[in-house]
Design a protein around this ligand. Sequence first.
Ligand SMILES: [Zn+2]
Length: 470
Amino acid sequence: MSQAHIHNTLTRSLEPIIPRADYGNTLSLYTCGPTVYSYAHIGNFRAYVFEDLLQRHLRERGFIIRRVMNLTDVDDKTIRGAVAAGVPLADYTRPFKEAFFQDAETLRLLPADANPAATDPEQIARMIAMISTLMERGHAYQAEDGSLYFRIASFANYGRLAHVDLAGQRPGQRVSSDEYEKEAAADFALWKSWVPEDGAVGWESPGGKGRPGWHIECSAMATGLLGETIDIHCGGVDNIFPHHEAEIAQCECAGTGHVPFVRYWMHCAHLMVEGSKMAKSQGNFFTLRDLLLQGWTGREVRYALLAVHYRASLNFTMEGLSAARAALARLDVWQERLLEVAGSEQKLEQPDLATEGFFTALDDDLNISGALAVLFETVRETNRRMDQGALNPEQARGLLEWLARVQSVLALEPRDQPAKTFPEIDLLLAAREAARAAKEWQKSDQLRDQLAALGWLVKDTKDGQKVTGG
Ligand SMILES: [Zn+2]
């Protein structure tokens, strides 16, 4: 069996995934979660879907994954949102947290083992303890504005992940904002001193009343829940600098200093929409909810986000969604055909047609294009055999078992769904039922095709119409 390899951002090379000595088959995985100031958009979900594929493939390869995904529920944006809405911070972020978990379920993302929120008292205490250690060791200092800053000149490895020499650059510059441009390499805030714009948001600390910076939130939650070394840490390319660079500096300077903070760094490339950068001002900004309202399903969006290699830029288009719908329908019809063949009694000894190629492709840094090519080539070839009546039940059963393994990684299986959640589908089904009752077979077939074009497969059973898809 081949072995799973991934591209490590830190070394810029392909490396085999090997657990730490004494850790058996277990791997820890930390993935930067959403900032809950709004609904997550499809660019955010591209990263989460990639991480889900990674987790599912590693699980298929026998690893036991312990995963933590944080929720950033205090930062510049959440505070700004709460102040603008005139509500307490927790009231402002709660619906967005709930929406995030609903969306994650719609996209079939495996739940993390823990989803710590930055404002949990336990997490705030961890952040303060970490900052205190950094102060004691001379890696942090308090500035005139009362805020505490990390001294990047004190950490020689600063910039190693982003592959730029940043240590010691422009000493004395400080950035209180969570986000800043690459050019402005500067000491970053660990703890931001309370200002009137923060309203009721603030915690007491040895550095005075204030709130944590975004970077220390992830450092404290990651090491607090997964230990001093994490096997795999993921995020979007936007996170490499300054966020992940800062996470490394904080963790390695506050830790024992003997082990790296992260062994494998993985970053997902940008998402574009119809060839342009997604922006509200461009009218090409989509949350998952926007797409569901347009009649697309979570499964279709998942496919569209999944089908492009995570390190390649993804151009998200309506055409791509239509292609996802067609590909899924093809897969669903194939499965139905296999089930029919598998159910017959005939027994012949025939070679197994399933292939490991799907999984070995994913072993190569999650080469999804290669994996999908194997899948659809198998669909094409075995459909041809079924057309000729040359696929026997044993082979069909073997393929169905293989498909179940494939779907444990892709999570694109059709599900029986209550059609009433999709009003248009519900209407078409009702119309078809009426047509059948009136024995208008041509109309009934036409409605079936219409439903198929929308990604729903209808079967007529003795209990009436059965619909799968979505
Ligand atoms: Zn993070």
